[in-house]
Design a protein around this ligand. Structure first.
Ligand SMILES: [Zn+2]
Ligand SMILES: [Zn+2]
Length: 413
C-alpha cells in the first residue's frame, strides 16, 4: 500500500503494545514522585524564543542548531520547547510559586522538540520526565533527586544504570578553571575537530564534551581542582552521601553537560545497554538561573530523563489473557451476545467478540489467536434456553452456563 502522506522524519508512532509499556512507566514515575513529594506541572508546548536563548544558552548546540523556531501570525518568534527547565522556571516565577514555601518540588512528563540527527532512541519529537527541586542549596537535595531516579529505575526493573558525575563549579570558581583549560587547549588546538576550534573561543568547557576529541584531552585540567571552598564542600558532601546511599557512581572529569545554566555538580545516568548513546538522562545544579530570569537569588537542582530511551530498557511483559470471548451464530445471537458483552464490560470484565459476521470456525480461531481463557458460544438454541456453552480453551472442557452476566463474571474471572 502506498500511503499518500507519511510521518515527518524523526517522529514516530507508538503502537498499542508499546504504548501500554509507556503508560506503565509513566504510572511508576507518578508513584515515585508522589512518595518523594514532587507535584506535577504541565507547561506549554511553545514559548517565546528568547526564553531559551537566555537560559539554555546562545552558544549551546540546542540553541544554535536544534530548535524548531517559527514566526506566528503576529510576528512573534516562538520555539517548540527543546527542554523542560526554562519553561518550568518561567512558570515558577510567573505563578509566584516561591510564595508557597521555601522549597518547591516539581516534576513533568512533557514532549520536547529538537532537530537532531535521528538515531536509535533519539527522535525529533521526544518525551522527557524531569524534576526540579527549587529553593535548597544543600547537597542533600542533589542526592535526593538522584536517589529518586534510582528508586524509579528499580521500580521499573531497569538495571545496570550508573551515575556519571562531576562538579564544574559556580560562576565564581569557573573563571580560573576556564583560563587554565584555555591555556591547555591552545597547544592542542590544531588537532581538534572544527566544532571544538569554534567552541574554544566561545565556550571552551564544551570542548571536554566532544566525543571525537575525548582521547586527546585526557590530561586536561580538572574542574574539581579549581573549586572554591563552598563548591568543594558541597561536592565532597554529595559524594559521601551518594556512597552512603549505595548509588553506583563514577566521577568523570570530562563531564560538563551542554547547557549554560549549570553550576556545581552535573551528572548523567548511564546504561550499559545503549551502546555509544549511553546516557538515558542527566542534570545538575543551577543556582544562578532563577536570579538571571528576574527572580530572587534561589538555588535549584534538577534532571531530565528521556522516556523514549528509558522505555527501550524496560522489558516487555507478556500480554494478559483475555478472560472471555463470545462466539455467536446468527444475527439474533450476535445482538444478544453484544448486549451481554456490554453488561460484562460495564462490570469491568475484559470481553471481546467478532462483529464482522464470520464463520464459527473463524471466530474460534480468532479467540485462540488472542489467547482467550474461555469462549462462550451463543446460538438461537442457547437464546431460547437462556443458556450458553462455555468452553475452557486450555482443557477443552465444555459446560452449560446461564446467560446471566453476574454468573458469567463469577465463573470466568
Ligand atoms: Zn565555586
Ligand atoms: Zn571536538
Amino acid at each position: 500500500m502506498d500511503v499518500k502522506v507519511k510521518k515527518i522524519r524523526g517522529t514516530r508512532d507508538i503502537l498499542p503494545e508499546e504504548a501500554s509499556l509507556w503508560s506503565e512507566v509513566e504510572g511508576k514515575i507518578r508513584e515515585v514522585c508522589r512518595v518523594y513529594g514532587f507535584g506535577e506541572i504541565r507547561v506549554p508546548t511553545f514559548e517565546e524564543t528568547s526564553l531559551f536563548i537566555k537560559t539554555t544558552g546562545e552558544t549551546t548546540d540546542i540553541v544554535e542548531k536544534q530548535m524548531y523556531t517559527f514566526e506566528d501570525k503576529g510576528g512573534r518568534s516562538l520555539t517548540l520547547k527543546p527542554e523542560g527547565t526554562p519553561s518550568v522556571v518561567r512558570a515558577y516565577l510567573e505563578n509566584a510559586l516561591f510564595q508557597r514555601g521555601k522549597k518547591t518540588k516539581l516534576f513533568y512528563i512533557e514532549r520536547m522538540f529538537r532537530q537532531e540527527r535521528p538515531q536509535k532512541g533519539r527522535y525529533r519529537e521526544f518525551t522527557q520526565f524531569g524534576v526540579e527541586l527549587i529553593g535548597s542549596k544543600s547537597p542533600l537535595s542533589d542526592a535526593e533527586i538522584i536517589s529518586l531516579a534510582f528508586t524509579l529505575f528499580e521500580k521499573i526493573g531497569v538495571k545496570d544504570i550508573t551515575l556519571r558525575i562531576n562538579s564544574i563549579g559556580c560562576f565564581r570558581c569557573r573563571g580560573p578553571f576556564r583560563d587554565a583549560l584555555k591555556e591547555y587547549l591552545k597547544s592542542k588546538l590544531p588537532e581538534l575537530c572544527p566544532d571544538c576550534k569554534r567552541r574554544f573561543e566561545r565556550n571552551p568547557l564544551r570542548v571536554l564534551d566532544c566525543k571525537e576529541d575525548k582521547e586527546k584531552l585526557k590530561d586536561a585540567p580538572r574542574s574539581t581542582d579549581y573549586l572554591c571552598d563552598n563548591c568543594k564542600k558541597h561536592w565532597k558532601r554529595l559524594i559521601s552521601v551518594l556512597e552512603k546511599l549505595k548509588i553506583p557512581f563514577l566521577v568523570d572529569h570530562m563531564l560538563v553537560r551542554g547547557l549554560d545554566y549549570y553550576t556545581g555538580p552535573v551528572f548523567e545516568f548511564v546504561s550499559g545497554k545503549l551502546g555509544a548513546q549511553d546516557a538515558v538522562g542527566g542534570g545538575g545544579r543551577y543556582d544562578e538561573l532563577i536570579e538571571s530570569m528576574g527572580g530572587e537569588p534561589t538555588p535549584a537542582t534538577g534532571f531530565a530523563i528521556g522516556l523514549d530511551r528509558l522505555v527501550m530498557l524496560v522489558e516487555k511483559k507478556k500480554e494478559e489473557r483475555i478472560p472471555l470471548w463470545i462466539v455467536n451464530i446468527g444475527e439474533e445471537a450476535e445482538e444478544a451476545g453484544f448486549l451481554l458483552m456490554e453488561k460484562l464490560r460495564r462490570m469491568g470484565v475484559r470481553v471481546e467478540m467478532d462483529l464482522t459476521g464470520r464463520s464459527l470456525k473463524a471466530q474460534f480461531r480468532e479467540a485462540d489467536k488472542r489467547n482467550a481463557k474461555y469462549v462462550l458460544v451463543i446460538g438461537e438454541d442457547e437464546i431460547r434456553k437462556n443458556k450458553g456453552k462455555l468452553k475452557d480453551m486450555e482443557t477443552g472442557k465444555e459446560e452449560e452456563i446461564e446467560l446471566d452476566e453476574e454468573k458469567i463474571k463469577e465463573r470466568v474471572c
